[in-house]
Each structure stands twice: as C-alpha cells, then as structure tokens.
Design a protein around this ligand. Structure first.
Ligand SMILES: [Fe+2]
Ligand SMILES: [Fe+2]
Length: 136
C-alpha cells in the first residue's frame, strides 16, 4: 500500500477522533442529573485521550508527507445523561470495528500499525468504561 493510501486512512481516523473530541466535550459541558459530576468528568477524560489520538495521527500523517485534516462529522448530543453514555458507547464500538479494518489494511507499515493498535487499546478501554455505566 502506498503512502497516499495510508495518509487517506489516517485522515479518516482523524475525522472520527476530532468528532469524538467535540462530542465528549459538549456532553461534558451539558451533562446534568444526579450522576453528572462523575460522568461529566469521565467525558472530559475521554475527550483528552481522543485529543492525544488526533495528535498522534497528525504527526504520522505529516511524517508521511500528508496534511492532517481538520474536518469533523456531525456530533450527537442527546438531552439525557444515559442517552449521552449510550451514543458514546456506540461511537466507541464503531471506532473499534473501523480500527480493526484499518489495521489490516496498513499492515505493511509497521509504525502506523503499532500506532493504530495503541489507539485501539484506548478505544476498547473507553467502550468498557461506558458499558459498565450502562449496566444496571
Ligand atoms: Fe480515539
Ligand atoms: Fe475513544
């Protein structure tokens, strides 16, 4: 796989990360209800992790000679705290599936593969933290 294709994949991932940053932060700002201090704190923490991911992706993109995208997708901001957790859990599950596909696609580039594997481990932690909050 050529550099151009890898850059394209990394920018696709970066769009997901930038979108997640904004969604988590907005949920952090707007969370309300009895459990909101704890959950809003988790949203902030997760948002910061997504920033680190977006940063690592940008560094790899420029190392390969590309330009990091600043594009973001539409964010989803439900009213209720539980729905916020639910939509974020869905985002993380989708990210995990996407990462697994991308890791296979870029497998010839070891550095990129390692970076995506590290990010995938964080997304699995995120999904796990959110899933636990949804358990009754
Ligand atoms: Fe991420
Ligand atoms: Fe995440």
């Amino acid at each position: 796989m050529g550099k151009e294709k890898i850059i394209e994949i990394l920018n696709k991932v970066r769009v997901e990360e930038l979108t997640a940053i904004m969604q988590y932060l907005q949920h952090h700002y707007l969370a309300k209800g009895i459990n909101s201090p704890t959950v809003a704190g988790l949203f902030k923490e997760q948002s910061i992790t997504e920033m680190k991911h977006a940063y690592a992706l940008a560094e790899r993109i420029t190392a390969l000679g590309g330009v990091p995208t600043t594009k973001i997708d539409k964010i989803n901001v439900p009213e209720k705290l539980e729905d916020m957790i639910r939509v974020n859990y869905e985002v993380e599950k989708t990210a995990i599936e996407d990462f697994k596909g991308y890791i296979k696609e870029v497998s010839e580039d070891i550095t990129t593969t390692r970076m995506l594997e590290d990010i995938l481990a964080d997304e699995e932690d995120h999904a796990d933290e959110l899933r636990k909050l949804l358990e009754k």
